[in-house]
Design a protein around this ligand. Structure first.
Ligand code: PLP
Length: 631
């Protein structure tokens, strides 16, 4: 558990069983029951579902909704706060129907609402959000159709807040409201001057592309006053950026925003609601705020600090407590899904370890390398300087050997022997880095070169786009065999043929490392070696793309009902025909074209008619099949 840090990033939801398997805690009646992921995968496979498999846990989604809402309710009670908490879930973070359905049904007891940042999101929100006490917050740029939809929903009794992202939106909203005879509920997105740390810090601060600055805000107030509509301005909104690792930055932003809120009340706006946007972070790496993938606070502390900061500022200004909206997305859905992949093959880093036979006529460069290799016998007695020299010389001889090979002076076999001796030396030097130290140059990269490549049945581009695009760290670990000590160090490669299609940054052993300790996958033993990639419920599913035409993975939702594992909403991943049709191919036409080729091969007697039948059958089965490696 310590090696992979599961107790840090797994919250209380994931752990390791006495059998050495990763377990997820699910709800079994009134109790929680640990269920092995390997057992879930086995059950899914028995039902015909292959890996890679995305497993969703509705229980974890519900627990996160509880944690956030109860966190605020407790902080409100303890702080004797007069306003209410009415969170909204930002649809963009995971738009799947199952998520929106669950949030609107389960969240109803908290009047938990939705945030829509575009027309399609508003259209989805309006079909699911029928609670007159919950909010739908409309961010994003709005055209007439968007505004009309929102105003019509308001007419029907849904609390839809139109947030001004740009000053120019105001005229259009006022114009449409007058024509439709509705007084709009308006919010305004404010560009805070407070900048925060973390990857998405650019979403807030003066340089942010979103929201109004203070003078634009004042012009909106003046315009609304002139129109006799200052009572329509109900909400101040800001968004600091996603995954804010440090609670101090959150507090600073709430304080600044509350001052602006109070100023708007003093200007005569009706107000009543303060919307803090997203930003509540989770820990992907367990480093407690030291990295952008971590957080130095929990939900409880977040809620308490928000309530305290708003109370302090409003008390000073003599302004009533506003109702609070937050738009936490990542913190609500990240735990919800786990991707399980199997390892298909391994490219081992295994130097020959001194077994290379050299004849008398071996090229001098090769003999030089072999002499350096001999020095490992003196291991322990070598100075730091000598180790550095051996490293430098080995690199020099190996490079020269390669050059001579290119000029035709060294044969293929000698070059291969040279590489083996070289890697044996490097392997040995890598064990000395800690005791001898190194010069901080190329040598420190040795450990990342001396690793195995494990080929996993997945696509980084489809399933972990943030890992590729912004170097996001996700927890990765084996889901079984955890009583065995891992014996290898590996980088994970996916099955796209793209050099970016790999995972080569991991958080384990309390550090960020460029390889992951793993077990020998025993390829060919008949048992799959399976890894879980965790916390992939936020942002990953719809951001993923079809690079190399690897499509959506298989998906299943798992819960316990009447003491038994229940598999629901099993969705087959994309078939080959489907991904091809996304790129404007017609699968039937593809088969017809291939049939022409097969027919001409029959005519020219390259294949027999019965071979043609078999080949066509295989082609058509390929079109129907999964885009990933099938076993
Ligand atoms: N609200 C807005 C306006 C956003 O742009 C985002 C995403 O960055 C969120 C909410 C969700 O943020 P998070 O997932 O950090 O809670």
């Amino acid at each position: 558990a310590e090696l992979y840090g599961i107790r840090e990033w797994g919250h209380t939801y994931f752990d390791i069983s006495a059998k050495g398997e990763v377990v997820v805690n699910l709800k079994d009646g009134k109790k929680t029951k640990p269920v092995s992921l390997a057992q879930i995968v086995k059950g899914a496979r028995d039902r015909g579902t292959q890996l890679p498999l995305l497993i969703r846990f509705g229980d974890l989604l519900r627990w996160r909704i509880d944690e956030l809402n109860e966190g605020f309710h407790n902080a409100i009670r303890e702080g004797k706060y007069q306003g209410a908490y009415r969170g909204v879930y930002p649809i963009k973070v995971n738009q799947q129907q199952e998520v929106i359905d669950e949030i609107t049904r389960y969240g109803r007891k908290y009047h938990y609402g939705l945030e829509a940042g575009s027309k399609p999101e508003l259209i989805a929100a309006l079909a699911y959000m029928h609670d007159p006490e919950a909010y739908i917050v409309c961010n994003g740029y709005k055209d007439e159709e968007f505004i009309d939809l929102a105003l019509n929903a308001q007419k029907m009794g849904i609390q839809v807040i139109l947030v001004l992202e740009m000053p120019s939106e105001l005229e259009l909203i006022l114009d449409r409201s007058k024509k439709m005879g509705v007084r709009p509920t308006l919010g305004v997105r404010f560009r805070l001057s407070t900048e925060s740390a973390g990857y998405w810090s650019g979403s807030g601060g003066d340089a942010s592309v979103f929201g109004l600055n203070i003078s634009q805000l004042m012009r909106v107030v003046d315009h609304l006053r002139d129109q006799g509509m200052l009572d329509c301005l109900r909400m101040l909104h800001y968004h600091q950026g996603s995954q804010i690792p440090n609670i101090r930055a959150i507090r600073q932003a709430v304080t600044e925003a509350t001052r602006v809120y109070c100023g708007l009340v003093q200007e005569g706006a009706r107000m009543g609601i303060l919307d803090l946007g997203g930003g509540l972070a989770i820990s992907y790496d367990g480093f407690k705020g030291a990295t952008s993938a971590s957080s130095n606070y929990g939900t409880k502390e977040y809620c308490a600090d928000v309530i305290e900061a708003i109370s302090e500022v409003t008390a000073e200004a003599g302004v009533p407590h506003p109702d609070i909206i937050t738009e936490s997305g990542r913190a609500v859905v990240a735990y919800y899904s786990v991707l399980v992949i199997n390892i298909l093959d391994v490219n081992r880093f295994e130097p020959a370890q001194g077994k290379v036979e050299l004849g008398k006529d071996a090229p001098p460069l090769l003999l030089n390398l072999a002499e350096l290799q001999e020095e490992r016998r003196k291991d322990g007695k070598l100075s730091r300087e000598r180790v550095q020299e051996i490293y430098n010389d080995a690199v020099y001889y190996r490079d020269k050997l390669r050059t001579e090979f290119n000029y035709g002076k060294v044969c293929l076999r000698d070059r291969s022997k040279g590489e083996e001796v070289y890697w044996d030396i490097m392997n040995w030097i890598s064990t000395k880095l800690e005791s001898v130290g190194h010069d901080g140059s190329q040598m420190e990269r040795l450990s990342s070169v001396l690793t195995d490549y494990y080929y996993g049945n997945f696509s980084v581009f489809q399933s972990l786009p943030d890992l590729w695009a912004i170097d996001q760290i996700f927890p990765v670990m084996p889901i079984h065999r955890l009583k065995e000590k891992p014996t290898r160090n590996a980088v994970l490669s996916d099955i796209t043929c793209d050099s970016d299609g790999k995972i080569a940054r991991f958080a384990h052993s309390n550090a960020i490392c460029d390889s992951l300790p793993l077990h020998d996958p025993e390829i060919g033993s008949g048992e799959d070696y399976m890894l879980g990639i965790f916390l992939v419920g936020a942002y990953q599913e719809t951001l993923g793309d079809l690079h190399n035409l690897l499509g959506d993975t298989n998906v299943v939702s798992v819960s316990i009902e009447n003491g038994k594992l229940k598999y629901r909403r099993e969705q087959e991943g994309d078939s080959v025909a489907e991904v091809l049709s996304y790129c404007e191919y017609n699968p039937k036409e593809l088969a017809d074209r291939f049939r022409v080729l097969a027919e001409s091969a029959v005519v020219s007697k390259r294949i027999t008619p019965s071979e043609r039948k078999e080949i066509m059958g295989a082609y058509e089965a390929g079109l129907r099949g999964y885009t990933y490696f099938e076993t």
